[in-house]
Design a protein around this ligand. Structure first.
Ligand code: SAM
Length: 245
């Protein structure tokens, strides 16, 4: 279970709301049973539960350790071209399982779906999916879903990253593996690496957009000879990055 830092006081944790119901009614746990909770900041706690009251259950912290589900040395933001239908939900769920740090949707020239004014409800739903996936895969943080941007907006954020990769279907000069190897040789700093991955929508990128990315210092890479669906491409990059550092 994820808990807010405010739910932890000294060595006591208090749980209410949906998680209280889940623990007491669905899992039927009570006094002396153990659960694991995470503060969403990368710390896991083993909790020994007390007897529940009407609306809350508390417990004491038996032990604490850094979350095993994180690779804090690699923070990956996935910029995902807005896909059709409910594909974004799958991209979020699988992206969180594969260790993504943050996902930001964006609109671009060839996107079938464009940003509409009212996105709040959608972002709320996507954030909920990220929360459930983080809980399921024992992540130590809840990856955040950013407000949708335009591609130009994405390119204004480039100074947040050590490396920005554009998966470009028409790239034939270097593969993802070659780009990572070249970057590794230059890399000397001993701090978390911030990496951005930009994936196009179903219609791919217009050559003008690829040129604008490259002019902004983005490294364009091929993911191989086969064209992957937009929902597959980001997952392939995340999988490779999992075994890189
Ligand atoms: N039409 C398919 C679909 O409906 O999903 C394929 C879309 S593909 C053009 C979408 C994005 O995936 C591309 O813009 C690119 O970011 C990435 N991609 C797919 N295959 C790739 C490859 N072989 N090399 C580099 N990027 C690729």
């Amino acid at each position: 279970f994820f808990v807010e830092p405010g739910q932890i006081s000294g060595s006591t944790v208090v749980i209410s709301g949906e998680d209280f119901k889940h623990i007491t009614k669905v899992l039927r746990l009570g006094k002396d049973d153990r659960i694991e909770v995470c503060d969403g900041l990368g710390n896991d706690y083993l909790i020994v539960l007390d007897s529940p009251t009407d609306r809350t259950i508390s417990g004491y912290i038996k032990s604490q350790e850094p979350s095993q589900g994180e690779t804090p040395e690699l923070l990956i933001t996935l910029y995902q071209g807005l896909p059709k239908g409910t594909k974004m939900e799958m991209i979020i769920q699988k992206g969180v399982e594969l260790g993504v740090y943050e996902i930001v949707p964006f609109s671009s020239l060839r996107a079938v779906v464009q940003i509409k004014d009212k996105q709040d409800k959608k972002i709320e739903r996507w954030q909920r999916i990220a929360y459930e996936a983080a809980k399921q895969s024992k992540r130590g943080i809840i990856p955040q879903i950013g407000k949708p941007l335009t591609l130009a907006g994405v390119l204004q954020e480039t100074d947040r990253y050590d490396l920005i990769l554009l998966a470009y279907e028409d790239e034939n000069r270097q593969t993802l593996k070659e780009a990572l190897t070249a970057f590794e040789k230059k890399q000397v700093v001993d701090k978390p690496l911030r990496i951005a991955v930009i994936i196009g929508p179903e219609g791919g990128f217009d050559p003008q957009e690829a040129a604008a990315c490259q002019a902004a210092g983005v490294i364009s890479v091929s993911l191989g000879k086969r064209i992957l669906r937009t929902e597959t491409a980001g997952m392939m990059v995340l999988s490779q990055l999992n075994f890189w550092k």
